[in-house]
Structures are given as structure tokens and as C-alpha cells.
Write a protein that binds this ligand. Structure first.
Ligand SMILES: *Cc1c(COP(=O)(O)O)cnc(C)c1O
Length: 637
């Protein structure tokens, strides 16, 4: 028999979902169709099946959704950043050094900050605080006296005092002046507390990068001093005999800078300003380039917003080289380079995992049974359009079917057809659209509106998570994240879907997915099985997603589980943090949960008196209410 059947393979899934493009070597699909995670790029020998981690989480009594952190990946990212800079410095014979400072705002969770200080200690990786709260956290978390503690953000007297005290107890704290008005206050407080601060200055650059966050740079940026303000600061410090305190120049271009060109232009401009301040007599020793190191979320390696057109190594080499070139020209000694990379350190190490609860389908098999007798003529016409569809009249059929559907909706709204007839019309409509979509794939030059049918035909997969809580950037700035099933990858994903969350808000969905050419409007997925959960993961969610989230529909923090991968392919659960309970959520919006329970018991008691329920039913109802109060806010099976 000359019968060939091309089997779907796990390799095809890996390509389809772009795992090797966005995964940075931390993820791969194995031949059995499971998504695996690795502790260090390419370490396939210690790869762990994510599905096994999920099973273990469930055995431990935690439900989906779960935010899963892989500790090793954080460690690996910190090493990569530091090692790349250090080797660029060695290769180019740069005379200064490199040190990183993690900006707490990118993920403030205690566990994250603690691990960064632990894994970063061999590089003296420091912290960046942008507010009093972050400084207070940093002052206690940072033990390494050589690691920088950089204070950015608008500062009041209390903030300044805390920074000065941090210096007094031996921490390497740098107060970065963001606004001219901070200078006299810092001078006064330093005198009052008898402290000699290390000062930085945030400069405003005119070079501006493209991107969502580009307003951080440029003339109109909110923070930073312009040339005139810089000169005034220098004069004021000279006057107070404190110019030697000014040791750092800082700028921050914005986050997720996709184009290396923007980074290089900014380095050059910043070095010119650095040289200017140095030549005024300041004891400058550090150049702090802020954040901006981007993550390639879509794996396209382009200057698209969800990507970046440079590697980590290129980033480091270009910066070191740029600083050297400009400062050598100006005859100024090489400063130590600081960067405040946040996104690129923490994005990779968290993934959001959830199960699919339900599905709505639009794609319909053709309708073979004859129309019922006495059916409305418009339905009959619609049916004729369906059965008359050929390769040659695709467009005509498409136009007709849309026209009849509109007519039938009007007829229904005027009470001329029944609910059952409307249902029949809808089935004919979707069956025809399905058939048009199939035919359109085999003919050339179809109209864009017909190509777009696939989007209309995509299933809706209802998923156990909240976009607003767990992926705020997907909603607020249409940030793309890689999304894919974590198992069944050796099976052909035979459905297309968009993902809806359980908030029932029309914005509570993911309907844009990564693609190497921009984005696609639906995700290839597998048909759900009755007997088995279907799990999806959203990846690279470690940066900015955890605390920007809001309490839409009072869906709270998810369970968080941290895993450490071992060299032999085993793993251990190192931390679990239960998500918010219903009672936690209610307290956030100022309910007194005890009072709620009292009120509810009273209502139930009244129902007993009125004979609506028995006293023992009241006990059951009360127990259910109280259990709900203690329960997880997400869908529990
Ligand atoms: C937000 C921020 C960062 C972090 O930027 P990433 O692009 O996430 O690395 C660094 N520095 C400052 C001042 C920031 O405001």
C-alpha cells in the first residue's frame, strides 16, 4: 500500500511554539512530548519534566494556578550577566570593574531579593531602591559591604536620613540626586548627622529609545538633571566642600530597550557628561547605566518591542567599548561600570502554570441532516449558500452568509423566528465558515477578511487564572509572553484557541501570541480529554508581573512554589507560599471577615425561624460559607 502518513512529533511542537528561540537554553521539548526545564542553558542531563513538578505540587495539596520559580535559573542569570561584563572588561583591557545592582521594583518579593543577594554575593551584586520601603527592605537584606546599595527615587528627609544611616553602619550606600531640590536637603542632613555621603547624580539624556518605557529618557523625562542643573549642583557641592562626595553618574533609558543602537548612543552621551563633571573636579568613580537590558520574549531576535536585536555578550562589549572610547578620548580614567538590570535577571525564572477548565467551540462539522419542514425562507437561503459552496465562489458565499446571518438576527429580534430556528441558523453559519476556511487554505489570493476567519473560528479555552492578577502587562501594554502546553507535545495540536481567564471580564483574555513575524491571533492547542487535566504555561513572567497585578474580581495572589533542580535530573521543593484566601482578599478591600460571618449566621438563623431551612441544614451551610472564606480564590476541582 502506498500510503504515507506524516506523524506529528515533539520536535514539530518545539518549532511551532518557538521553545528554542525564546527559551535561552532553559527549556526544551523531549521526545515523549513533555516540556522540560534545565538549571543552566543546555544542561540536558539535569532536565526536569515540568509535568512532574506539577504532579508533586498537587500531591502536596496546592491547586492551580501556580507560579513556579526555578531557583537555578536566577542563579544562572546573575552569573551570566556578571561573567559577561567581566570577560568583556578583560578582553578589552578596560581598567575599571563591573558590579550589578538589582532594582527591587522589578520583583520585590522577599524570597526573590534574598536569593539575589545570596547568588550575587560572589560578584558583590547589590540592590537598587527607588523608595523608602524598598530602601528599608534593602538595608536589612544586603549584608555585603562591598555590594552597592543605590538609592534612586524622589527623596524626603526620612529617605535621606535612612541612606545616611546605611552608610554609617558600613553599607556601601549611594544617594543619587534625582531632583535639584534634594541637594540642599542632603547637604543639611549630612551635616546634622555628621555623615559623609557618597553621592550620585541622575542625568537627563537627550538620546531617546523607542519602546513602551521610553519616556524615562529624553528631554521630557521626569527624573534627572539637565546640563544647567548639573552645573548648579556642582557649584553648590564645591561651595560646601563636598564635591569629592560626588562619585557616581547615573542614567536610566527605560526598560526593555530593543535596539542596541539606542543603548550605544546613550552610553556615548552619558560619557560626555561624565567627562564634563569629572573635569569640574568631582571624584567620579562609577558610571551607572541603569536598566534596559531586554528580554527576547518572542524569540525573534529583532528590534520588535517584545524582543531585542543583541545578545548579552554584545550588550556588555558594546558598553565597555563605548565607555572606553569616549573617556580615552577625553583623557579620563575608566570608572567602574554599574548596571541596574532587573528584567533580564528575573524574567526567566518564573512561569505561570494553570489548567484549562472548559471550552467554547465555533468550528463546526458540516450539517448533513435536512432542514425541518416549514423552516423560515431565510434559513433555507442560508442553507443553500452552504451547500452551494465551491472553490470558485468562496468570496460570494462568504458575503451571502454574513448577509443572511444579519437578516436572521433581525428576524429574531422582531419575534419572527424562534430560538430553535436561530440556533439552527447559527449552526449553519459556523459550519459554512469552517468550510470556507478549509477551502481558502487551498486557493491563492484570498481576501484578508477571509484569511481572518480563522481568528473568528478559534476556540475559547477557559483557563484557571486571572490576567489582571498574574499577567498585568499582557493586559495593560499588550506585552507578549510565550504561552504553550507543557505536555502532549508529541500529539498534533489540532485546535486553535484564544485563552480566557476566569474573571469574565472581556479584557480578561490572551489573544495575541508570540510569532517570529510579529504576533499571531490564536494559539495551537490540543483537544481536551475528559479524563485528564490540560496544563498550559506562560513563561518569562518573573519581571514586573507579580506586584503590578490588581484584585480584579477579588482573585488574589496565586500559590507560589520554588524548586531547585539537582545535577542528577532530580529536584526538590525548597519553598511554597500559599496564595491569598478569600478572607485575605476581603480584608484588602476593608471587609471585617468576622463581621461578615456574624451577619451571615444571623441571616441563616432567620431562615431557620422562617422554616426555609432546618437547623442542621443551617450548620451545613454555615460550614460551607466558612470553608469558602478560608479557601483559594481560584477554581478548585
Ligand atoms: C525600572 C528601573 C530599572 C530596571 O530596568 P530593567 O529594564 O528591568 O532592567 C533600573 N533602574 C531604574 C532607575 C529603574 O527605574
Amino acid at each position: 500500500m502506498n500510503f504515507t502518513f506524516e506523524r506529528w512529533t515533539a520536535t514539530k511542537s518545539a518549532e511551532l511554539y518557538g521553545v528554542d528561540d525564546w527559551g535561552a537554553g532553559y527549556f526544551k521539548v523531549d521526545d515523549a512530548g513533555d516540556l522540560m526545564v534545565m538549571p543552566y542553558p543546555g544542561e540536558t542531563g539535569s532536565a526536569v519534566r515540568i509535568r512532574d513538578i506539577v504532579d508533586g505540587i498537587k500531591e502536596r495539596g496546592l491547586d492551580m494556578p501556580v507560579l513556579l520559580r526555578i531557583e537555578n535559573i536566577l542563579n544562572s542569570r546573575i552569573s551570566d550577566l556578571n561573567d559577561s561584563f567581566l570577560s568583556a572588561i578583560a578582553d578589552l583591557d578596560y581598567k575599571g570593574s563591573f558590579v550589578g545592582a538589582y532594582p527591587i521594583k522589578v520583583n520585590q518579593q522577599e524570597q526573590v531579593v534574598e536569593k539575589i543577594t545570596q547568588f550575587g554575593s560572589k560578584y558583590h551584586h547589590g540592590l537598587e531602591a527607588g523608595s523608602k520601603a524598598e530602601l528599608i527592605a534593602a538595608m536589612a537584606m544586603l549584608r555585603d559591604k562591598e555590594a552597592p546599595l543605590i538609592c534612586n527615587g524622589y527623596k524626603d528627609e526620612e529617605f535621606i536620613d535612612l541612606g545616611l544611616y546605611a552608610s554609617k553602619i558600613g553599607l556601601f550606600c549611594i544617594l543619587v540626586v534625582e531632583m535639584p531640590s534634594e541637594i540642599p536637603l542632603i547637604i543639611a542632613r549630612a551635616k546634622a548627622l555628621n555623615a559623609r555621603p557618597v553621592l550620585g547624580i541622575r542625568i537627563k539624556l537627550t538620546s531617546q529609545a523607542g519602546g513602551h518605557w521610553s519616556d524615562s529618557g529624553g528631554d521630557r523625562s521626569i527624573f534627572g538633571l539637565n546640563a544647567t542643573q548639573i552645573v548648579e549642583m556642582v557649584d553648590l557641592l564645591k561651595q560646601e566642600d563636598m564635591l569629592d562626595c560626588l562619585q557616581l553618574v547615573h542614567y536610566h533609558l527605560g526598560s526593555q530597550i530593543s535596539n542596541i543602537r539606542d543603548i550605544r548612543i546613550a552610553v556615548n552621551e552619558a560619557c560626555r557628561v561624565f567627562a564634563g563633571i569629572y573635569n569640574e573636579g568631582a571624584n567620579l568613580r562609577f558610571l551607572d547605566l541603569g536598566g534596559g537590558l531586554a528580554v527576547d520574549y518572542d524569540g525573534s531576535q529583532s528590534n520588535y518591542l517584545s524582543s531585542r536585536n543583541y545578545s548579552l555578550n554584545e550588550y556588555c562589549v558594546d558598553i565597555v567599548e563605548g565607555v572606553m572610547t569616549t573617556l580615552d578620548e577625553a583623557g579620563i580614567p575608566h570608572p567602574d561600570i554599574i548596571t541596574e538590570s532587573g528584567r533580564s535577571l528575573v524574567a526567566y525564572y518564573s512561569m505561570l502554570l494553570f489548567n484549562v477548565l472548559d471550552v467554547t467551540r465555533f468550528r463546526t462539522d458540516s450539517i448533513t441532516e435536512p432542514l425541518p419542514a416549514g423552516c423560515h425562507p431565510q434559513i433555507r437561503y442560508m442553507h443553500e449558500a452552504m451547500t452551494g459552496l465551491t472553490f470558485r465562489n468562496v468570496q460570494e458565499c462568504f458575503n451571502d452568509i454574513l448577509f443572511y446571518r444579519e437578516e436572521l438576527r433581525n428576524l429574531f429580534n422582531h419575534g419572527k423566528i424562534s430560538l430553535r430556528e436561530r440556533s439552527l441558523a447559527e449552526q449553519i453559519f459556523w459550519a459554512t465558515m469552517t468550510e470556507i476556511s478549509k477551502k481558502a487554505k487551498e486557493i491563492k489570493n484570498v481576501a484578508p477578511e477571509i484569511e481572518d476567519i480563522d481568528r473568528a473560528l478559534a476556540d475559547i479555552y477557559y483557563c484557571n487564572f486571572s490576567v489582571f492578577q498574574s499577567l498585568p502587562d499582557a493586559w495593560a501594554i499588550e506585552q507578549l509572553f510565550p504561552v504553550m502546553p507543557i505536555h502532549r507535545l508529541d500529539e498534533h495540536p489540532d485546535r486553535s484557541a484564544i485563552l480566557a481567564d476566569i474573571t469574565c471580564d472581556c479584557d480578561g483574555k490572551i489573544d495575541r501570541f508570540i510569532d517570529s513575524h510579529g504576533f499571531r491571533r490564536y494559539l495551537p492547542v490540543h483537544t481536551l480529554k475528559d479524563s485528564e487535566e490540560y496544563y498550559l504555561g506562560v513563561f518569562l513572567v518573573g519581571a514586573y508581573q507579580e506586584t503590578l497585578g490588581d484584585l480584579h474580581n477579588l482573585l488574589g495572589d496565586t500559590n507560589v512554589v520554588t524548586v531547585r533542580l539537582l545535577a542528577n535530573g532530580e529536584f526538590e521543593y525548597v519553598n511554597e507560599q500559599e496564595g491569598d484566601t478569600v478572607s485575605d482578599m476581603l480584608s484588602y478591600v476593608a471587609y471585617d471577615t468576622k463581621r461578615l460571618m456574624t451577619r451571615f449566621r444571623e441571616t441563616a438563623e432567620k431562615a431557620v425561624r422562617q422554616g426555609l431551612i432546618s437547623a442542621s441544614e443551617r450548620r451545613e451551610i454555615k460550614q460551607a460559607y466558612e470553608a469558602g472564606m478560608r479557601g483559594y480564590t481560584y477554581f478548585e476541582r
